[in-house]
Write a protein that binds this ligand. Sequence first.
Ligand SMILES: [Zn+2]
Length: 347
Amino acid sequence: MLMTDEQKHEFYQALVEKNPQYDGTFFAGIKTTGIFCHATCTARKPKYENCEFFYTAEEALLAGYRPCKRCIPLTYPNSIPEEVDVLVSAVEKQPEKRWKEEDFRKLGIHSATARRKFKKLYGMTFVQYARSRRMGLAFKEISNGKKVIDQQVNFGYESSSAFNDAFTKMMGDPPKKAQVNILHANFISTPIGRMISLSDATHVYLLEFMDRRGLEREIETMRKKHHARILFGETKVHQQLAEELALYFEKKLTQFTVPLSLHGTPFQMKVWDLLLHIPAGETRSYRDLALMLGDPHLVRAVGNANGANQMAIIVPCHRVIQTSGELGGYGGGVERKKFLLQLEQRV
Ligand SMILES: [Zn+2]
């Protein structure tokens, strides 16, 4: 998951040489065109500074890139079954659409075979593909929104009417209410992947890895709960969050002080509070937490509350492991859990 500069240069070299040995090991996003390619793509090779490199196609999609038509980066070797091509083209025609079962039927694709083929070629399900593409576009639009905001601020406008809420476009308006709140989205690069934060002027509402499954639903729920529009913006709280995270990854900080706005059921709030009291460098089992709450039968409920945490790293759900000592699951992927626990061990 970590990609060093050295690694990026190696990938760039492979891209320039069209080295077939690298096909499938990385994907190159081309900033100037917005597409991503295989190493062997025959398209003209971009400058190093215009390339971004990804280990998986999903990451490239989440960063807002679409697959190259020339090298078809998701297929290996370069041939694509027709029914799969139909699915990909359908997504490109309406990248903002949320795909449902009946849509497959409309496209004339309802066979499990087509979907199996898709999964085999792309390493992800069609729904996952469409979702990653859609999320990537939303994130990109939020980032682009920054330019609009900068401009408006320069001209002295306060109104947000012209600001682009990418999520409104994709998910519809939040429920009508007299007052609409603004949550500012921003991105933070960490050694284990990009994260998205949502914050207002005083609190952080969400911190998640951008490739986390279910992130879209999380953001949607949050928008509705807070009657919020989501705009790109850097708040003071976000700055503090980014600084504290940087120190955390440098092993210079274990206790976060950035103000959090946590919203869960009373039970979830209880569990999250317990998580906040597990010191860095230590772990607890789901059973430990259930016992602390006074009922060993709560193990599963504790696990669910743990999974519902929306403040990755800061509310340290990664410090909860299985009773057997095995790591157990993690919303951001078990590799990250391992990384975080090892990092904290060495503080
Ligand atoms: Zn290409």
